[in-house]
Design a protein around this ligand. Structure first.
Ligand code: COD
Length: 306
């Protein structure tokens, strides 16, 4: 089978998602305007069949206020947040739904449900969150991780987070993603543990301990994304200036980058959790309706057979 052309824009993610049949998405606590609007848009585009689990009266009232006609496949009444998360996760686990989405419920409650040992969705050793933005020069999708789940990963966990992101890059047709392990500087400084981890990850990739990608690090964010900045610093590598994947050192760095990109609204964003047995849409309350829709499309695109 010929290799899939790389997906280089969020618009192309939408197109890929449209190739599949609509999948059922179980949504825990969808009592939120942007969540409902994005689901309505995704259902209307034929991407998903929403299975809404939460307070029926609030869902119906919000839909009425928003002028949304019935777009869901089903609503299941559940007034307790943790119970709604558990039921949504169980629906995915049983195969009745193929994707999961967080609504208006705390991230901790939601993730504890996803990770639950009895009914959760663990598949790979570590689940992680990958955000994606559309970059220019060259036009490509840049994946960055982990902005929402793993708080302070150690070296072994960073390797797993990296492998999860590389797996997603492969799903998007990026055959050998260029991964930048990000730190504050591009030289190893034992006072900055992120630089030591980044150099270790680069060496692990050189030695074949991490496969399917090329890794360079440490790289500062500008050296990773700007050919000009990399040239200025005299850095020559296959990754510098043209990274496809940014591995951030911890949740603070990742989350700040994600929130800044969301606030400046210049580059379209999407995000999904990977490493679970099904794609999980975990967007934050502050995310725009557009980012939520893009994220649903990304989750649907992952499920497409290409
Ligand atoms: N993948 C797989 N298993 C995991 C992961 C993971 N990423 N994280 C924890 N586990 C397992 C552990 O191995 C253990 O078996 C069990 O889950 C419990 O581990 P704890 O005690 O470390 O985890 P929790 O339940 O206290 O917390 C896990 C969270 C993911 C909820 C926690 O790490 C967290 O709060 N992350 C940040 C979420 C957040 O606030 N994001 C904000 C940005 S939107």
């Amino acid at each position: 089978m010929p290799a899939m052309a790389p997906v280089t824009s969020i618009r192309a993610v939408h197109a890929l998602a449209r190739q599949g049949t609509p999948r059922t998405i179980a949504v825990a606590c969808p009592h939120d305007e942007d969540v409902l609007l994005s689901l309505h848009k995704a259902a209307s585009a034929g991407l998903v069949r929403p299975l809404l689990i939460g307070r029926r009266d609030r869902i119906e009232l919000l839909c009425e206020q928003l002028g949304l006609t019935t777009f869901w496949h089903e609503i299941i009444e559940c007034s307790d947040d943790a119970a709604a998360v558990e039921l949504a996760v169980r629906k995915v686990r049983s195969g009745e739904a193929q994707m999961l989405m967080k609504g208006l419920v705390s991230t901790g409650t939601f993730l504890k449900g996803v990770l639950n040992k009895e009914f959760g969705l663990r598949q790979r050793p570590l689940l992680s969150h990958v955000a994606v933005y559309e970059a220019t020069d060259p036009e490509r999708l840049v994946l960055f991780t982990d902005v929402a789940m793993n708080i302070a990963p150690d070296l072994a966990q960073k390797a797993q987070i990296l492998e999860n992101a590389v797996g997603l890059a492969h799903r998007l047709g990026i055959e050998c993603p260029r991964v930048a392990a990000i730190a504050a500087v591009e030289t190893v400084n034992p006072e900055m543990p992120a630089t030591v981890d980044a150099a270790s990850l680069a060496k692990m990739a050189d030695r074949g301990q991490i496969k399917g990608c090329v890794v360079d690090g440490p790289l500062a964010l500008d050296n990773a994304l700007s050919i000009e900045a990399a040239r200025h610093k005299g850095i020559t590598s296959a990754v510098a200036g043209v990274a496809d994947v940014l591995l951030l050192p911890n949740i603070e760095a990742g989350n700040v980058l994600y929130k800044i990109l969301g606030l400046v609204k210049v580059w379209p964003l999407a995000a999904v959790m990977v490493g679970a047995s099904a794609p999980v849409v975990l967007t934050s309350r502050a995310d725009s309706g557009e980012t939520k829709f893009n994220s649903i499309a990304l989750a649907a695109a992952i499920l497409c057979e290409v």
